[in-house]
Design a protein around this ligand. Structure first.
Ligand code: SF4
Ligand code: SF4
Length: 281
């Protein structure tokens, strides 16, 4: 897919004309242990990591069909959890099935990047157009304060040792995916007490690897970081300014649920599509 088409069709990569996206919640599990992550199945909370339910890859096409009835403006089908998209083969299987039936929809995926490089051939085979990789630090000692460890090829590796593997794999994966023509956005969770003054280094490193858009997500204090501060607008703005010296900064992220359906910031049909409710909230 040519980059201009992505900019015209994807609401999170620059499209402005009421373009919609739907998230298919097919990936419940994860292979790393972020200290701020609280995944949940519920229909009320409006944040990443939450979905009304988990669906199977085989059921995905039916949900896409249903979503297009409620929101014909959908141009992108994405997978953003509620866990990691590469921890299992569910996402790749889903894109295979959805891609066959809806070839005109862009395919978008978010991942922590641990397995990005080794799964890249599969992602290219199913025709992924856009990718979001969450990179919270490029220094293992900072990353280890945000993430307790990883499960890598069946082995649990904790602390800075796991963080080093994660960071290495993230940067290598971004570089390889960008070189293969995938449009890449980076998410970084801003935690004032941990990575506030490190984010410019992350922005510089990911831009060098070929990412083109950078999205700073303020911490929602929860789980093991529940006593940390929630960054305010001034915190976010000053970090955006620093990152913006190296890479374009995305400012309109709505921090969507893993089952979001509709135009970001304008409407959400998750409940109608996934739970069969009739009224929009
Ligand atoms: Fe949670 Fe995502 Fe971190 Fe996995 S990568 S622990 S789903 S925030
Ligand atoms: Fe777009 Fe942000 Fe929502 Fe992802 S979470 S679909 S980047 S608005």
């Amino acid at each position: 897919m040519r980059k201009e088409a992505v900019y015209n069709l994807h609401p999170c990569f620059g499209a402005r004309n009421n373009r919609g996206r739907m998230h298919l919640p097919v990936c419940p599990g994860c292979n790393i242990f972020c200290r701020f992550c609280e995944r949940s199945i519920n229909k009320d909370e409006n944040r990443p990591g939450v979905a009304a339910k988990v669906i199977t890859p085989q059921a995905a096409c039916d949900y896409v069909e249903r979503a297009l009835v409620f929101c014909p403006d959908i141009t992108v089908v994405g997978i953003a959890g509620p866990g990691d998209t590469l921890a299992t083969d569910n996402a790749i299987e889903t894109f295979k099935l959805v891609g066959k039936k809806f070839p005109n929809l862009l395919k978008c995926m978010s991942t922590n990047g641990l397995l990005l490089k080794e799964k890249l051939p599969d992602l290219l085979a199913v025709g992924i157009d856009t990718l979001t990789v969450t990179v919270n630090a490029i220094d293992p000692y900072i990353e280890a304060q945000l993430n307790d460890g990883i499960i890598y090829h069946g082995k649990k590796i904790m602390g800075a040792e796991g963080a080093e593997i994660l960071i290495h794999n993230q940067l290598a994966g971004i570089e390889a995916a960008a070189a293969a023509g995938i449009t890449i956005k980076i998410n970084t969770v801003l935690v004032n007490e941990i990575n506030r003054f490190h984010i410019k280094d992350v922005a510089k490193a990911v831009a060098k690897c070929g990412a083109i858009i950078y999205n700073i997500i303020p911490l929602i204090p929860q789980h093991k970081l529940k006593d940390f501060s929630a960054p305010n607008c001034a915190d976010i703005e000053s970090v955006r300014h620093e990152a913006g010296k190296y890479i374009d900064v995305f400012r309109h992220c709505q921090h969507c649920r893993a089952d979001a359906v509709g135009i970001p910031g304008k409407n959400n049909f998750s409940r109608q599509v996934y739970l069969g409710e009739m009224q929009q909230r």
